[in-house]
Write a protein that binds this ligand. Structure first.
Ligand SMILES: *Cc1c(COP(=O)(O)O)cnc(C)c1O
Length: 326
């Protein structure tokens, strides 16, 4: 372990509960399923970015930052949680969002403006180029920006999920595998590093929502190594040992298909548990498919790590509940 623990602000609602999903398990004919409720971490409807922000906000403060600057998709959960953290700790907040301002405002986008974030639309420009320009301008305007990387997935952000793994293991539930949605890779890198550091022997399977498995495995492996190193452990991770499943990309990032819709309905109707259309709906759809194919055995014990995202449900209302189904 490092000599001193990483600086961290404490605002997440931790530990998040681990709950059994008996009616969902029965509906699928096994395996035994549990959920870890990282949709309940706090910060304006919660989600996995809240854990990362505990560390990132501590660094922003210690660097004398006054304005948080980050980037994401139009319905970014990361941006919404960052905006909430900024409000809570008295930072300004600038969000560089992909694309152009939509007609309406709903879901996370509504919350971003309620939380007082300034929105910069990248329009046709490359989002990272726009981000750099926005950051430089905030600098020259004397706003002391602190840059939070995409998805909060620096080694510092990912360290929160190594700690999250320790938290889960301390809750005393023994599982064969953990399944969750993976995208910028910070959550998975942290879980993988935490699994090695704290001795979790089961499988850690990220369902990719937007990237081919090979690229994501390499990214997660190197980030897991950097994360472990930040935590004082010299460990090496090979891309081949990172569990990423890219069979459920469907029509691409943010495009909700029948698989996601079915998963959202099944979780809602068997357990009263809400998923989201972009991340957890896709991951749960993958989990359900693996059970149906027999790739996950009926006798297995499986944890679904819920990473949040539920405000985006409202942005997909028309497709989730089309007129003929209301
Ligand atoms: C950001 C996000 C993820 C992916 O986490 P990464 O650390 O970026 O891989 C999964 N689920 C939800 C709801 C998210 O907002």
């Amino acid at each position: 372990m490092p000599d001193t623990p990483l600086p961290r602000l404490r605002f997440a609602h931790l530990p998040t509960p681990v709950e059994p999903l008996p009616r969902l398990s029965a509906a699928l004919g096994g395996p035994a399923l549990w959920v870890k409720r990282d949709d309940q971490t706090g910060l304006a409807f919660g989600g996995n970015k809240t854990r990362k922000l505990e560390y990132l906000l501590a660094e922003a403060q210690s660097h004398g930052g006054r304005t948080l600057v980050t980037t994401g998709a139009r319905q970014s959960n990361h941006c919404r949680q960052t905006a909430a953290a900024a409000a809570r700790f008295g930072f300004g907040c600038i969000l560089v969002l992909a694309g152009s301002r939509p007609e309406g405002t709903t879901g996370n986008l509504l919350l971003d403006s309620l939380l007082g974030a300034e929105l910069v639309w990248a329009e046709g420009e490359d989002r990272l180029v726009c981000l750099q320009r926005t950051f430089d301008k905030a600098c020259s305007d004397g706003r002391r920006p602190y840059l939070i990387p995409y998805g909060g997935s620096s080694p510092l952000g990912a360290a929160a999920y190594a700690e999250g793994m320790a938290e889960f293991l301390s809750q005393g539930l023994d599982v064969d595998r953990i399944v969750f949605a993976t995208s910028s890779g910070g959550t998975q890198a942290g879980l993988v590093a935490g699994a090695r550091i704290h001795g979790f022997g089961g499988r850690v399977i990220g369902i990719s929502v937007d990237e081919p498995a090979d690229a994501l495995r390499a990214k997660v492996a190197s980030l897991a190594g950097e994360t472990a190193s930040l935590l004082g452990h010299s460990l090496k991770f090979e891309a081949g040992e990172i569990g990423v499943d890219d069979r459920y990309l469907g029509d691409g990032y943010g495009v909700m298909g029948e698989r996601e819709r079915e998963a959202i309905e099944l979780f809602a109707r068997t357990e009263g548990l809400l998923l989201d259309p972009v991340y957890t709906g896709r991951a749960a759809g993958g989990l359900i498919d693996m059970v149906r194919r027999g790739e996950i055995g009926r006798q297995e014990r499986v944890l679904f790590w819920h990473t949040g995202g539920t405000p985006a449900l409202f942005a997909y209302a028309d497709r989730l509940a089309p007129p003929d189904r209301r």
